[in-house]
Design a protein around this ligand. Structure first.
Ligand code: AMP
Ligand code: FES
Ligand code: ZN
Ligand code: ZN
Length: 311
């Protein structure tokens, strides 16, 4: 196959987009798509500072690379969860994130659970009585700290590396279970609200396969291992099903996501969305928004402290 632009041999066939591209044109096409999304959804401008949540994986490192190339004002941050059993997942991903920051002279903030709270995420999940669901405690902790670090740095927006496959598998799961409040909140941009910083997903319309190819062709060194706790997860299962559908009918994932966003724009979730936001008030312990007496993160940290005082 030949590159649609220069007619040189192509390196990737983008079936949903009906085109093939050579390395050079693919590496310039991806950032253009990302920039288009940033503008389409009014994510941020060149005048704003953006915090980029970097996990050491291909998507977030590539996002950091792309935003830097597009000359946005970016600061990376990495949350060290202390998942160091077996494959040393956190240690390896932190090293790769640090290496990328150094090679590209980018600012990076690191928050370590162990340094701050004297526990890792596995111990935290045990204390939360969710030892067999480390991912759910991890999700809570990551969401909380991402918001906290952004607000603390006086920055109004943070970006994550969620790609189209992530968004579509989340959408698929929430549709199967009719999780209407999650569906109401799923969007490329979650506007700031009270002490919530704006949260954006610049890769939400880029296929995972395209991101993997970008990272590879750009020679970005990233952690190839999945988090050991994601093994056998629903997300991976849904991604597999959706990829089978995509292979029969290219463009399925993009179509599902686009149609969902269109339906949202027409207002089908507005009632749910507003009632949810109206219930939010600042957590008395930390000031982050919550709909309960105290936020889930502070409840978890209180439990951690009680356990630590016992020993
Ligand atoms: P995941 O929840 O692992 O699928 O990751 C989704 C996105 O969250 C990534 O693309 C990153 O932007 C962000 N993220 C995940 N883990 C971390 C971490 N340890 N530190 C900072 N950001 C993270
Ligand atoms: Fe949090 Fe896997 S990265 S449990
Ligand atoms: Zn070309
Ligand atoms: Zn709190």
């Amino acid at each position: 196959m030949k590159c649609q632009i220069c007619k040189e041999p192509s390196v990737i066939n983008l079936r949903p987009h009906h085109m093939s591209l050579c390395k050079e044109h693919f590496l310039s096409w991806v950032p253009k798509q990302v920039e288009k999304n940033i503008k389409k959804y009014k994510m941020f401008t060149h005048e704003e500072k953006v915090m980029v949540a970097v996990s050491g994986g291909k998507d977030s490192l590539a996002l950091w690379d792309i935003l830097n190339r597009l000359e946005y004002n970016v600061v990376g941050f990495y949350i060290d969860l202390g998942i160091d059993n077996g494959i040393n997942y956190s240690r390896k991903s932190k090293e790769l994130t640090l290496k990328f920051a150094k090679e590209h002279s980018l600012a990076l903030e690191i928050i370590s659970l162990d340094e701050r709270y004297d526990v890792n995420i596995i111990e935290m999940a045990k204390i939360a009585k969710k030892a067999n669901k480390v991912c759910s405690s991890c999700g809570l902790v990551k969401r909380y700290l991402m918001n906290e670090i952004t607000i603390k740095n006086d920055i109004s927006v943070f970006a994550t590396g969620h790609n189209l496959d992530d968004e579509v598998s989340f959408l698929f799961g929430n549709t199967l279970n009719w999780q209407t409040s999650y569906l109401a909140r799923q969007a490329p941009v979650l506007e700031s609200h009270g002490n919530f910083a704006r949260k954006v997903k610049p890769l939400c319309r880029i296929y995972e396969r395209e991101m993997a190819a970008y990272a590879l062709l750009r020679d970005i060194e990233y952690i190839h291992d999945e988090c050991p706790f994601s093994n056998g997860s629903r997300t991976i299962y849904y991604k597999k099903i959706l990829t089978e559908m995509e292979s029969v009918s290219p463009g399925t994932k993009m179509h599902f996501y686009t149609k969902f966003l269109n339906a949202k724009n027409e207002g089908i979730f507005d009632v749910i969305d507003q009632s949810e936001l109206e219930r939010l008030h600042p957590c008395p312990s930390c000031g982050q928004p919550t709909s309960s007496k105290q936020c889930s993160f502070c409840i978890l940290i209180d439990k951690v402290r009680i356990e630590q005082n016992k020993n």
